[in-house]
Design a protein around this ligand. Structure first.
Ligand code: KG4
Ligand code: ZN
Length: 341
């Protein structure tokens, strides 16, 4: 089955062609980062308009790269939520229009299920059951995964998502959007131990997270340095490292707890923050101690992309699931409400 996947939930237009027999044939991405950078974050209306501009050229590009024609496509998968409604509607309308024109089914994919399944595009792919840590700009969740659509939420952030904490912290230190890669870059030059930040909610039981206090802690530290006349690049790097270490260690402690609670030995990390090298290294070390294994996607498939949507959509289409012709998207959509396959 040849599936065209479209991702437009936020500030990336992602398009891919996935074949159930041959795997991923082509994928293309247009990132709107430069468009939104001047505003320090995503401007939803600008995002929607840009998705309209990029979608059809990207579809032509993946068809050409995969040496396929539109007539060979068996179905269209698109991100139906959660995300920015205007941006989602671009992908949904485009997918439904193409499906109608081509006489093939369309299926709406849950964006976080897309992220969760992206490591399935790698070798070796994780086998069910496993614990998944989903860390993106909008979500931080620990989930027990027994199969596609068999999700049990173990814990989640009570306030900011991990990626959001990276972005907001970077912004208040005057760094560019998106903040995650910027903080990670500065942290590489940081001196460990100069600043030590708290590990929120690790001293009490449970698997929930809270990252907004860490942002305030960073702001206070940065302001104290500035009022003492120290705005040096080294200080920024040292603060970036302290912040990143706090997030990474907090996530690692909760993952260890989730593995212990479930008795599982496989951990999948997915979403934009799973591209973070320090996080990968810390989790690899922890899973090594437990004789377990950690799985993640290549960096390009950690952040938003069309490949994960084509893959997730294909798995649902293969068991006969698809949508009617109505164009519907959901800004909020609990992943646990998805049907099992
Ligand atoms: O999954 P994603 O592309 O979009 C959402 O679904 O939200 O995640 C984007 C988030 C942003 O907050 C970004 O700052 C963060 O992922 N991110 C990172 C890194 N690369 C992207 N955070 C930490 N380290 C990175 N290397
Ligand atoms: Zn995402």
């Amino acid at each position: 089955m040849l599936v065209l996947g479209l991702e437009t939930s936020c500030d990336e237009t992602g398009v891919a062609l996935y074949d159930s027999e041959q795997g991923l044939l082509a994928d293309a991405l247009f990132s709107q980062i430069d468009l939104h950078r001047a505003f320090g974050g995503v401007v939803p209306e600008l995002a929607s308009r840009d998705h309209v501009k990029r979608m059809l050229p990207l579809i032509r590009q993946v068809l050409a790269e995969a040496e396929r024609t539109a007539a060979q496509i068996d179905a269209v998968a698109y991100t139906a939520g959660p995300g920015l409604v205007g941006a989602l509607l671009v992908g949904a309308s485009c997918a439904q229009a193409l499906a109608l024109a081509w006489g093939v089914p369309a299926v709406g994919v849950h964006h976080m299920e897309g992220h969760l399944l992206a490591p399935m595009l790698e070798q070796p792919a994780p086998a069910f059951p496993f614990v998944a840590l989903l860390v993106s700009g909008g979500h931080t969740q620990l989930v027990r995964v027994d199969g596609i659509g068999r999700y049990e939420l173990l814990g989640e952030s009570l306030d900011d998502a991990a990626g959001e904490a990276f972005d907001k912290t970077a912004k208040l230190m005057g760094l560019r959007y998106p903040g995650g890669p910027e903080i990670a870059r500065l942290a590489e030059q940081g001196v460990a131990g100069r600043f030590v930040f708290p590990r929120p909610m690790t001293d009490r039981p449970g698997l929930d997270f809270s990252f907004s206090g860490l942002k305030t802690f960073t702001l206070n530290t940065w302001q104290q340095c500035r009022s003492a006349g120290d705005e040096s690049e080294q200080t920024r790097c040292d603060i970036a490292l302290a912040f990143q270490q706090a997030v990474v260690e907090t996530l690692t402690i909760k993952c260890r707890r989730a593995l212990k609670q479930t008795g599982l030995k496989s951990l999948v990390i997915a979403g934009g923050v799973s591209a973070n090298r320090a996080l990968r290294q810390a989790l690899e070390k922890m899973l090594g101690e437990l004789n377990g294994q950690v799985f993640y996607a290549r960096p390009r498939f950690c952040t938003d992309n069309g490949a994960m949507i084509a893959y997730a959509g294909c798995q649902r289409l293969l068991v006969g699931q698809h949508d009617g012709p109505a164009i519907g998207v959901q800004a909020r959509w609990p992943m646990e409400s998805l049907p099992a396959i």
